[in-house]
Design a protein around this ligand. Structure first.
Ligand SMILES: *Cc1c(COP(=O)(O)O)cnc(C)c1O
Length: 355
């Protein structure tokens, strides 16, 4: 057995292989993207997305190629004058760096906060506030109840939810733009991302009035509104997204499962492995979808090798403390059986190593 607990790209749903074959057999992969077959596929995908993830009706869904592209779209099409990026880890920081590169005379600033800190308020009002809901590198999250409080100080709030969308129930109405690539909680192959915009975000895009890019938000909006795309899209990716959305339960149910499994993972390490510590001490900001542990670098190397030799891939650390941390994806496509097996391996290896 080969099984991945890597937090992206991650374990895909076992049905994906069958869906790929069905995509081929259906002829959709050879159909023109201006055809009715494609337009129907996209129209149905939008409905499923809204239904399963409980997205407000007036929020519009778009496809992009990656979360990184969504960082760029935000900078080009939503920031007219200034922006404020909050970050406490590697992905949030990268987003800030991209934003600054594209700033073009706009005032784009970042504010670092400590990994165990909860951002309670923002004292400087800004045009565009950028938040990383779940920081995949260090296993923290901005508690969902805080997002609405933070977004009050900004005209537009954009949230990178790449490693939490489709895993936890997001407070959509509390922000204007949400995006995620699908190789994390959607349990799909990489190469596709989803972006959701409120009517207010679209009005704001009209004020900024960016038309200079193939992925300018207004241009994307105009095309997707006709169930079309400005370029030839990743039809296979969209087909697979459609099928997976069809297959998964409502996000309320997934949210419940994921939170219980997260508690179980944290309890497992706290109770059974005294030499492994939970990297995030403040329970309020601990991620539900990416579990990060801290231990001796040598031990981590040994553990990851041991698990790999039994077909289980755990996630390496990421960012400045990469060597002394490791990560475990708690994404919906992972089964209880696989979690049980992984915990058994970790326990056996731990007892051998420290016993
Ligand atoms: C994985 C990840 C990204 C990058 O996703 P791409 O699809 O590679 O662009 C961005 N933000 C967060 C929080 C992520 O976890």
């Amino acid at each position: 057995m080969q099984y991945s607990f890597y937090p992206g790209p991650s374990q895909v749903y076992p049905q994906v292989g069958m869906y790929m074959q069905q995509a081929l057999a259906s002829g959709i992969l050879s159909a023109n993207h201006r055809s009715n077959a494609f337009m129907d596929l996209w129209a149905e995908t939008k409905v499923l997305f809204h239904e399963k993830l409980l997205v407000p009706r007036d929020y519009t869904l778009y496809i992009t190629s990656s979360a990184t592209e969504c960082w760029e779209i935000t900078a080009q099409s939503l920031i007219g004058n200034n922006s404020l990026n909050f970050y406490n880890g590697a992905f949030g920081q990268k987003w800030l760096e991209y934003t600054k590169k594209l700033a073009n005379g706009k005032n784009c600033v970042g504010k670092f906060f400590a990994k165990d800190e909860e951002i309670k308020s923002i004292n400087q009002p800004c045009e565009v506030l950028c938040l990383t809901q779940n920081e995949t590198s260090n296993g923290t999250q901005i508690p969902i109840d805080d997002i609405g409080k933070l977004s009050k100080t900004a005209e537009i709030t954009v949230v990178d939810a790449t490693s939490s969308m489709a895993g936890i129930n997001l407070p959509w109405a509390a922000a204007d733009v949400w995006f995620a690539s699908v190789q994390k909680c959607f349990g799909l192959p990489a190469g596709l991302a989803v972006m959701v915009c409120s009517p207010k975000a679209l009005k704001h895009a009209q004020l900024v009035n960016d038309h200079n890019h193939y992925n300018s938000l207004l241009f994307i909006h105009e095309n997707f509104g006709k169930n079309q795309t400005p370029y030839t899209p990743n039809v296979l990716g969209i087909y697979l997204l459609n099928r997976v959305l069809n297959q998964i339960p409502s996000i309320k149910s997934t949210n419940f499962t994921i939170k219980n499994r997260a508690q179980d993972w944290y309890r497992f390490f706290a109770e059974n492995c005294k030499n492994i510590t939970l990297y995030i001490e403040n329970e309020a900001v601990r991620s539900d979808t990416v579990i990060v542990l801290q231990a001796k670098a040598e031990y981590i190397k040994s553990l990851l090798n041991y698990c790999a030799s039994h077909g289980i891939t755990l996630g390496k650390g990421y960012g400045p403390e990469a060597a002394s941390t490791f990560r475990i994806a708690n994404f919906p496509a992972i089964t209880d059986e696989a979690i049980g097996f992984a915990q058994q391996l970790i326990q056996t290896h731990y007892n051998n190593y420290y016993g």
